[in-house]
Design a protein around this ligand. Structure first.
Ligand SMILES: [Ca+2]
Length: 482
């Protein structure tokens, strides 16, 4: 296994490239790659689903959904068991991937249907400046607008939806490439009953604890699974194209999702099915396959990882941390990865005059502690629409049956207001259904987790740390109001 070259800062890289080119009378291509010493930099193929939760892939033990691509990449790469998106909402989740920063630092970019100010640098631009060819397909950063930001393209790069065509434009002798494939699946809407029609087994579905076990819900999950399979098949096709082009060996392939499944108490929530994401990474040239990692990863870790793979140091403003050490089997450096911080601001425009629902959370292997900063507001959006929950059969079922004894407690957890503090004992309550924040037996844990969360907020310049953050209520919402 080759050693990774020592990362260079961007300034060092530029002067290195220029000096090397001048000395050798280098060609334009060599100048862009900085000369032959960095020729081995890997390509990066980042494949991201839209609204898929962990553990909905065969490699994670799901017996119903059929995901041969996930399973293959897990066998040939590293499977991560504790990956969380920074926030369970499309735009800011993707913004954190691209910038390497927590959404609370991205101003407008911390909200759904927003914009990402140009001052927040993104890894495709940085890699491009260092000689990478970049491109993206389908859903890049967004939803949102680049109008008025000074950006001339999607932060994920220039759009090229045809991966084969993109590969043809970056021949072996050319620069390495960095390509973002953003699937539209398994985002709603679904064709009602399509999963069952496709032969998926309704009886074998494991219904997530926050959802009622009803045939309507099981069928809705199958429809979601069918679209998870579509994403899996899309990535399978990308791998075939990569192999046909002879580029598989030195390409870092990442397969994940932007936020959790579009069901009540899942997407747009800081609970298990909102932020816990599937993640497999394959890098045949450098990362031994068939391994699993229990280390906690968050989405702001991607940008530093990709930059590191390209021999570039992360920007100082990045809150994430490269996990190349885990991939390549080097001795991990730095603090243990045994906890993550997740958050949310405004998802859809569904609350009074466009108000956010701010919350911050810390998650360890033992606890999930959530601080709801505005508990007077409706977490799922104002009644009776509860618009932060995507419409569909499961939402309809819970609203129609909210008085049924079996549904009532789950309805309240998903749709009603929440106390300022929530604490879940994950060892005894992995479904996160019983708030123990007021239980004296967990008082010490509550106190220390709250202190740790507040320290992290202050350390990462979260405007909510000092009583600010009201700007998240007034940033423009560029989508259609629900
Ligand atoms: Ca999404």
């Amino acid at each position: 296994m080759k050693e990774l070259t020592k990362p260079m800062s961007r300034r060092e890289f530029v002067s290195f490239a220029a000096a090397g080119a001048a000395a050798a009378g280098a060609s334009a291509a060599q100048l862009r790659t900085g000369g032959s010493t960095v020729k081995d930099r890997p390509n990066i193929l980042f494949c991201i689903a839209d609204d898929q939760s962990w553990p909905h892939a065969g490699c994670y033990g799901d017996k119903v959904v059929n995901t041969p691509t996930y399973d293959r990449l897990a066998a040939e790469g590293v499977m991560f068991n504790n990956t969380h998106c920074c926030t369970p909402s499309c735009t800011p989740s993707r913004g954190s991937v691209l910038t390497g920063q927590m959404p609370h630092r991205l101003e407008e970019g911390g909200n759904l249907w927003s914009l990402l100010p140009k001052k927040f640098e993104v890894y495709p631009d940085i890699l491009e400046a260092a000689g990478y060819s970049v491109g993206y397909a389908r859903k890049g950063w967004g939803p949102g607008t680049i109008e008025g930001t000074g950006r001339e393209r999607n932060p994920a790069g220039p759009q090229e939806n045809d991966f084969r065509k993109f590969l043809q434009s970056v021949s072996d002798d050319d620069a390495p490439f960095c390509y973002w494939w953003g699937s539209h699946e398994p985002h709603r809407t679904y064709k009602l009953g399509s999963g069952r029609e496709a032969g998926l087994d309704m009886d074998a579905v494991v219904v997530p604890p926050p959802l009622p076990d009803a045939p309507e819900v099981r069928s809705d999950i199958l429809d979601y699974y069918l679209e998870v399979q579509m994403f899996d098949s899309q990535v399978g096709d990308l791998l075939a194209a990569l192999e046909a082009a002879g580029r598989a060996e030195n390409t870092l392939v990442v397969m994940t999702s932007d936020n959790g499944m579009p069901f009540p108490r899942c997407k747009a929530n800081l609970y298990e099915y909102g932020t816990h994401m599937p993640l497999v990474v394959r890098w045949l040239a450098r990362a031994e396959g068939g391994r699993q990692a229990d280390d906690f990863i968050t989405f702001d870790d991607f940008a530093p990882t990709f930059l590191g793979a390209g021999g570039i140091e992360p920007l100082p403003e990045m809150t994430g941390r490269s996990f190349l050490d885990l991939l390549t089997g080097q001795t991990p450096s730095g603090p243990a990865r045994d906890r993550v911080f997740v958050e949310r601001e405004r998802h859809a425009s569904v609350r009074g005059p466009n108000l956010s629902y701010p919350c911050r959370a810390i998650r360890t292997t033992e606890y999930l502690y959530i601080w709801n900063l505005k508990p007077d507001r409706w977490p799922a959006g104002d009644p009776e629409r509860y618009g932060d929950i995507d419409g569909g059969p499961s939402k309809d079922y819970m609203m129609e049956h909210h008085d049924d004894p079996a549904v009532r407690p789950l309805f309240e957890l998903a749709f009603d207001k929440r106390p300022e503090e929530e604490l879940y004992d994950l060892r005894n309550d992995p479904g996160e259904l019983t708030n123990v924040a007021d239980d004296p037996r967990h008082a010490d844990a509550r106190k220390s987790l709250r202190a740790e969360l507040e320290k992290w907020m202050a350390d990462t310049a979260d405007p909510r740390a000092t009583g600010g953050g009201d700007e998240f209520d007034t940033y423009p919402y560029v989508g259609r109001r629900r």
